[in-house]
Design a binder for this molecule. Structure first.
Ligand code: FPP
Length: 254
């Protein structure tokens, strides 16, 4: 039998982060697929395809690390403005991703959840999402929250409408409307707010993502284009987060 002593000392990079100060909820704006493809003289669709591969790696790493929630901005309400073909590619990739990855996600105890106006997505994508959510609903590991046809402003408007209806029906008094109740009326109901927001490809924008929930989130913008992002870059971003001093508007007394 071959003996490979060097293998025994190999440290899993995932073990190099401080596990007791991990973010509970990581949100990611996966930006730069188009530029990644352009740099290689490839069609944009190839950039999105490579983006799915990066997502696969990051989901796996988050799951192994014991992160509770990973929210990814997969399709915004503004993305409908893109050429019809590109929108079609993104929807096909979503359906393909769910079909191909479901078994592995399930094995890794991942629970799939969505946020956004899902009813406006193509029927096939909706069907695949329903199936994936149903099959993983009892899983207790990472919650993979896919933001699809999502916009932060429309989410807030929907919540206002919901609470207004409750007031009109006499189920809620205006004075009873508070931050906790408002949070419960959002798509992220029941989830902790993100501790860390990562945006790839260097842009310093929120792009209508989680406008309410990001109030005290630490933001880390990295230069890598999304398809180049993976486990290593994720760990770097987490390390940056762990060095941040989170005061939530208060001060330290010690
Ligand atoms: C931004 O890159 C990325 C998107 C609009 C979509 C993100 C989608 C994926 C990573 C793949 C599909 C997702 C799932 C869940 C299967 P961009 O096209 O805006 O890049 P650019 O700014 O360089 O043009």
């Amino acid at each position: 039998m071959w003996f490979k002593p060097w293998k025994q000392n190999k440290v899993d990079p995932l073990d190099q982060v401080v596990r007791d100060r991990l973010p509970r909820h990581i949100a990611i704006i996966m930006d730069g697929n188009g530029r990644w493809a352009q740099k290689r003289a490839l069609p944009r669709s190839m950039g999105h395809r490579a983006g799915v591969e990066a997502l696969r790696k990051v989901v796996k790493a988050c799951s192994k690390l014991g992160i509770e929630v990973l929210t990814v901005y997969a399709f915004s309400t503004e993305n409908w403005k893109r050429p019809k073909d590109e929108v079609g590619v993104l929807m096909t990739l979503l359906t393909e991703y769910l079909r191909k990855e479901l078994q592995e996600l399930h094995q890794n105890n991942v629970l799939i959840r969505t946020m956004g106006r899902i009813a406006d997505l193509p029927r096939e994508a909706q069907h695949e999402l329903e199936h994936s959510m149903e099959s993983t609903r009892n899983n207790t590991g990472l919650i993979l929250n896919l933001a699809l046809n999502y916009g932060g402003r429309s989410e807030i408007i929907d919540a206002v409408r919901k609470l207004s209806k409750d007031v009109l029906m006499g189920k809620l008094r205006i004075e009873e409307i508070d931050e906790e109740g408002f949070s419960k009326a959002l798509f992220t109901s029941g989830l902790p707010d993100p501790d860390l927001l990562i945006r790839t490809s260097g842009e310093m924008r929120l792009s209508n993502f989680l406008l309410w929930q990001l109030a005290y989130t630490e933001i880390v913008v990295v230069d890598e284009l999304w398809p180049d992002f993976g486990q290593k870059a994720l760990l770097e971003a987490i390390k940056v987060y762990q060095k941040r001093d989170r005061r939530f508007g208060g001060i330290h007394t010690n």
